[in-house]
Design a protein around this ligand. Structure first.
Ligand SMILES: C[S@@+](CC[C@H](N)C(=O)[O-])C[C@H]1O[C@@H](n2cnc3c(N)ncnc32)[C@H](O)[C@@H]1O
Length: 214
């Protein structure tokens, strides 16, 4: 993965703490519960570590075995995390219905290569959340300016010698309002929250936040 360049320093994990706290708050999720949080796309554990401090248990899923391995190493002192390798097609086979209190995901859906796989993830989120459970998933805006900014980003990556032009890196883009509508049809009262102030560097991001209804 292109995150291979990441230095897993204390500063990197401290950034994970402040971003996790801010995004949970932004999406109306109270941390500090003894519930279970599912993180889709845990990477090397930058935010997983904080989630494991805030919640009773964490299910950390990723499509990359290497990322899961690095995450496990980085969180060796955190015994309340389980790791699951997923196919990346949106299925969450290892997780039962109504088992999860919170679903959280950051800078991951933009790497999910197809619309079908992204929608499948949202369908699975609705399935695995318990009634009253909360969702906070970051996706990208589909506005022309957001698309242009992403391409500018690719250009910077290329100039830095990173290969980001493949399908998995570029991902697919679904209109955030369509995602919210899709979730509402599956019993999750989802709304789209725009670019939060604390993520000024990434104006293309949107958060889909919601609660599963009974
Ligand atoms: C940029 S990292 C973000 C990691 C973490 N959320 C953070 O903010 O530090 C994106 C992660 O998503 C994972 N990923 C990419 N496509 C995925 C898919 N289809 N399903 C699950 N995880 C995926 C990658 O392997 C990578 O670990």
């Amino acid at each position: 993965m292109a995150t291979g360049h990441v230095q897993e320093t204390e500063e990197f994990f401290a950034q994970g703490v402040s971003e996790t706290d801010a995004f949970l708050r932004f999406c109306g999720i109270d941390p500090g519960s003894d519930g279970t949080v599912l993180e889709i796309g845990c990477g090397v554990g930058r935010m997983t570590r904080r989630l494991s401090e805030l919640f009773g248990s964490v299910v950390a899923v990723d499509v990359s075995e290497e990322m899961l391995c690095r995450c496990r190493n980085n969180l060796s002192a955190h015994s309340n995390v389980v790791y699951q390798l997923v196919d990346g097609d949106g299925t969450l086979k290892g997780i039962g219905d109504d088992e999860v209190d919170v679903v959280f995901s950051y800078i991951t859906f933009q790497h999910v290569p197809t619309r079908a796989a992204q929608l499948r993830y949202f369908e699975e989120c609705a399935r695995v959340l318990r009634v009253g459970g909360k969702l906070a998933v970051q996706i990208r805006s589909t506005a022309a300016t957001a698309v242009a900014l992403s391409w500018a980003g690719h250009l910077v990556h290329i100039l830095q010698g990173r290969r980001t032009m493949n399908r998995a890196w570029r991902g697919s883009r679904i209109r955030p309002s369509a995602v919210a509508e899709y979730l509402r049809a599956r019993g999750v009262t989802a709304t789209v929250r725009p670019w939060p102030f604390h993520a000024r560097w990434n104006p293309t991001q949107r958060w889909v936040a919601g609660t599963k209804q009974g």
